[in-house]
Design a protein around this ligand. Sequence first.
Ligand code: FMN
Length: 311
Amino acid sequence: MANLKIGNLQLKDGLILAPLAGINDIAFRRICAEHGASLVYTGMVNANALVRGNKATKKLAQTCDEERPVGIQIFGSNPETLVKAAKLVQDQVDIIDINMGCPDKNVIKQGAGSALLRRPKKIGELVSSVKKAIHVPLTVKIRSGIEKFSIEDTLKIAKIIETNGADALILHSRTAKQGGSGIVDWNIIKAVKEHLSIPVIGNGGVKTLSDAKLMMKDTGCDGVMIGTAAMGNPFIFEKTNEKRTYEEIKETFYRYLEYAKHYEIENIFYLRMQAQLFFKGFRSAASLRKELGYVDSIDGLKKLIELNARV
Ligand SMILES: Cc1cc2nc3c(=O)[nH]c(=O)nc-3n(C[C@H](O)[C@H](O)[C@H](O)COP(=O)(O)O)c2cc1C
């Protein structure tokens, strides 16, 4: 895999865990790092709430040494707030990322996420303010259009991001309208790569190691970010195509539970959802969901996992 350097941060290769709000908690990121992810990102963190000291937001922004290198992703539309938020967390992370791709209504309402793609000038202002204020590398994650794919707009925005000091660009090459599914336009990744001198990280639809290699080869991108395919599947970062046994998944999931306990992630509904993601290959989604539906404690969860191992 590629040799990727973001600012002064040398990564061991180009396979990166995507920001996945509601999924890639600190325990899961640590597991991904142990399985070989060269960089992990937190899910998006509301800069406003972070600056206000909101307790739940502070927990979302928690990181640990074991998962490093780690990037924290923040969102917002006010330069002063983004700067304050970035300064609050920069000493605990290796990278700060600004989200400029999220299509969620609540994020858009604040003029943040993909709403920024309509305001190139504002993008420049945000990037340069944050860049000037921090001492860790800065990345920006965008999409390749709002309603429709647009090479022209994406190139313009990418250039503004580079000119204003970002150390790498992450391109989820779907439109904001598409959300998380549908066609991924590799041509736009290729065009952006050809126009920028900072590293370009491609994202969207990468399901396997071969997909990642192909994206790099066909687009020239410097790294690949993996989202959905990494959910419940930290093994994707091991760079082998081996199919995992139930025992291996169980061992990894138990380690996840141990870390989750350590970081006080104890909501059983949430842990059941993680179990469903880890074991999805062994039961139909519906039957697994049904079985997990009866579980109301971590002991119960482990019992079910042991029982299934013997089926
Ligand atoms: C559950 C979920 C949560 C996500 N949360 C974020 C987020 O917080 N910030 C962000 O930039 N993208 C977020 N994304 C988008 C992913 O980072 C990624 O760009 C997208 O899923 C495309 O990659 P993929 O096709 O490999 O999944 C999220 C996606 C999913 C499925």
